[in-house]
Design a binder for this molecule. Structure first.
Ligand code: NDP
Length: 308
């Protein structure tokens, strides 16, 4: 782990993967779309890889690539010092692993299953009780991106275990350490996904609106793409600066102006036969911002207003 990795853990999320081929053995539990991609990446990087899946037939393609199929989870876990688990949910992970604590004791478990900070902390406590070094992981990629420079994985939890196995984990893509609180990797992961879903909501509504006049989404796509790129390049860092310094007064675009303009959007959706449910909550929030006296502030103020 480099000093930069400690000092600025996630400020440059698309890290250059470490490509040093190592021969440390790795075990992968769960060979769905993602688990299969992870195991293939370990194999490609030269790691002896043992694989297990609930439905055994899924080990076939990986065995053909050189993986060793295990008959049981315990057999896979005891094949080496590092087990990566990638199932559908944390409940599935708990259900699978709880009978195998003896096998896991003294080894490292990296759980890249999608979950919440609370779930990660709970699983980490269980692991600690049983002498299992637990690292939580958040994969910021789809299976096809694994092992490419575009992929990275967020990690948190047992720092020493992470440092020990980082070179092997780098076979999957960039490695981003977020901190010793095991809940941090899922927190970063879900915060990034939150931004993504917000964008999906906007793109979805924009296509519904433009298509209401028979304009092809394909025709509109370049305009939308350029617009979103231009907006995010200023909005993302600008909002961060404002919220971190608590300076919300703006000379760019006030909440008053946005609140006044927003009903026009909703009326247009209705006039064009497009449902409004995705955007109604934004109007509610803008109205509250004005009612609470923030008319002159910029959109960054909304971050404060979302505190429960
Ligand atoms: P899949 O549905 O393709 O695979 C799910 C895997 O979990 C299968 O191997 C399945 O086994 C196994 N599984 C589910 N329940 C159990 C259980 N109770 N006991 C044992 N094994 C179980 O999902 P993905 O591979 O796409 O996703 C896996 C995880 O990775 C998810 O948490 C997902 O959110 C996360 N992820 C996925 C991404 C993606 O783009 N696909 C991106 C980032 C994260 P079986 O084959 O027997 O059904």
């Amino acid at each position: 782990m480099t000093p930069e990795d400690h000092a600025k853990p996630v400020t440059n999320p698309v890290a250059t993967p470490v490509t040093t081929p190592l021969s440390a053995p790795v075990s992968v539990l769960g060979l769905g779309l993602m688990g299969t991609a992870l195991a293939a990446a370990f194999l490609k990087a030269g790691h002896p890889t043992t694989v297990w899946n609930r439905t055994p037939s899924k080990t076939g393609p990986l065995t053909a690539q050189g993986a060793t199929p295990a008959g049981t989870p315990a057999e896979a876990i005891t094949a080496g010092p590092l087990t990566v688990v990638c199932l559908t949910t944390y409940d599935d992970v708990s259900e699978l692993l709880r009978p195998h604590t003896t096998a896991l004791t003294g080894r490292t478990l990296v759980n890249v299953t999608n979950g919440t900070p609370v779930q990660a902390r709970k699983l980490a406590s269980w692991a600690e009780e049983h002498g299992i070094a637990y690292v939580d992981g958040g994969i910021m990629a789809v299976p096809q991106m694994i092992a490419t420079p575009a992929a990275y994985v967020l990690y948190s939890g047992d720092e020493q275990a992470y440092a020990t196995h980082r070179a092997a984990l780098a076979a999957l893509g960039g490695t981003r350490w977020t901190g010793t609180d095991p809940g941090l990797a899922p927190l970063y992961d879900l915060s990034l996904l939150t931004g993504m879903y917000g964008m999906i909501a906007g793109v979805t509504q924009a296509y519904a609106l433009i298509r209401s006049e028979g304009i092809a989404a394909r025709e509109f796509a370049p305009l939308l793409s350029d617009w979103l790129t231009a907006m995010t390049s200023s909005l993302v860092p600008g909002t961060a600066e404002a919220v971190d310094t608590a300076r919300h007064l703006t000379d760019v675009s006030s909440l008053a102006v946005n609140q006044a303009a927003f009903p026009g959007l909703l009326h247009t959706f209705a006039d064009q036969g497009v449902r409004t449910e995705l955007f109604e909550p934004m109007r509610t929030l803008l109205d509250r911002a004005i009612a609470e006296g923030h008319a002159a502030d910029g959109l960054s103020r909304l971050v404060e207003l979302l505190k429960a």
